[in-house]
Design a binder for this molecule. Structure first.
Ligand SMILES: [Zn+2]
Ligand SMILES: [Zn+2]
Length: 203
């Protein structure tokens, strides 16, 4: 088996604050299981205010930034840093949406996770980029399709139980919601949906 080639790190510049990532660390991150990475990231955020700030920027968005079919205006940058919007401070361009009167005490924005798992398609989605037709799914279940000849020569004693082969041979199944083949695109179209507090929330 060929040895895995890892990208080389550039030489650190004099006075550079960020150390280049050691190849062994990159390998460890690329090969660790999700739960290990989750616990590691939590430890990093507990240990470093700066790391916590970066994680917050990458993983959180304001709650009101989750509307269906409204992608982020590319000219508008989400600002979730209250410290960057302090009263009387000179605001940069991307803060131009803020009220002209800066002496008003602003309530902290409520933040929420940016990425969620769709209860219909089981895929991760970005709640700030969830269009009206972002998701396709079937409501029904897949059942073996005995109308065609796909399973004609199948012997469950030799080849395994058909009900266990759904993922391996989806073309041998059909959905009971629409009758389409097991590998057909979803018959329902809509935005991704997230389950929150045991109730469905549609953005
Ligand atoms: Zn269907
Ligand atoms: Zn979905």
């Amino acid at each position: 088996m060929p040895r895995q080639v890892m990208p080389s790190n550039p030489s650190p510049l004099p006075g550079q604050e960020c150390l280049p990532m050691a190849p062994a660390l990159r390998t460890a991150i690329n090969t660790a299981q999700a739960d290990r990475l989750r616990r590691t990231l939590l430890s990093i955020c507990d240990a470093s205010v700066e790391a916590s700030r970066i994680a917050r920027k990458l993983l959180l968005v304001p709650e009101n930034n989750t509307r269906v079919g409204q992608r982020n205006d590319p000219g508008r940058v989400i600002c979730d840093e209250q410290e960057g919007c302090s009263e009387g401070e000179e605001h940069s361009d991307h803060h131009s949406n803020h009220p002209a009167t800066t002496n008003v005490q602003k309530a902290p924005k409520r933040l929420r996770p940016r990425f969620a798992t769709c209860i219909n398609c089981d895929q991760e989605f970005d709640v700030t980029d969830n269009g009206k037709e972002a998701c396709r799914w079937h409501d029904g279940e897949r059942e073996p399709d005995f109308d065609g000849d796909f399973w004609a020569d199948h012997d469950e004693d030799c080849h395994g139980r058909i009900s266990d082969l759904e993922d391996e041979f989806p073309e041998g199944f059909k959905y009971d919601c629409c009758g389409k083949a097991g590998d057909a695109e979803g018959c329902n179209i809509g935005p991704h949906e997230e389950e929150v507090s045991n109730k469905r929330v549609r953005y």
